[in-house]
Design a protein around this ligand. Sequence first.
Ligand code: SF4
Ligand code: SF4
Length: 257
Amino acid sequence: MVPSKVAVAGGKGGVGKTLLSVALAHALDVPLVDCDVTEPDVPAYLPLEVKRELFDVEQPVPVRTEDCKGCGECERRCPWDALDDPMACDGCGICGAACPVDAIKFESERLGAVVEAVCERLGLTVRYPDAEPWAPELASVVVNSLADLDAFVADCPAGLGCPVIATLTSVEAAVLVGTPDEAALRDLERAERLATELDVPYVKVLNMAEGHVGKGDFDVVIPKLPALHEAAQNRDPEGIVRELKPYVETVLEAIRA
Ligand code: SF4
Ligand code: SF4
């Protein structure tokens, strides 16, 4: 039986996780969740029609009250020059602590939402964050949004930070992806250690393999696919699915095994 909740991760960015996630979600006929809060890639590769906003992303931002004496200390202390720019504020609270007359209060400001969209051409439902990426709340809103889904493929962001760890704890299996370069393979090894630590079964994919590469200890090896690259650039969903189809079938066989 194929697990119904699958994360695609790997550590390094640019190794092809997103396209593989699209093809996997399509093959499994489950929603795709783009968990990359800094730069959701799925909308860049698929023509999507947003259907609704699912979860608000809100963040407390500082507001100067009438007690403000105009000393400017809060502005001087803010690391991001964000007193009048909620989009730049990371909610650290330094300004409030710095104010000598306690004239800063925090009010909730909406910075965006996790939205549900559809790629009609694939019949694929996609969730992704449409919000200011600096919002500290965003990662938890996206990961929490997995809780109401019975089945999904989660496209994890690069790195192995808290959002990836939280996502891996929400799934039944992981597809760990790397490319044949030192940095990606090192990150892939760390991703394997993390999955093992979290007791998440995984399959290992070597993507964009050049020339004749043996399987080694990889479950699936995907060569460089120029037509896939072209399909992604052209936002051609059928092309993405078609090019990856044989490899996705192998990934699913490996997950079943
Ligand atoms: S909460 Fe932090 S980032 Fe936001 S305005 Fe205050 S000092 Fe700047
Ligand atoms: S530190 Fe306090 S008193 Fe000074 S400008 Fe900021 S809010 Fe006003």
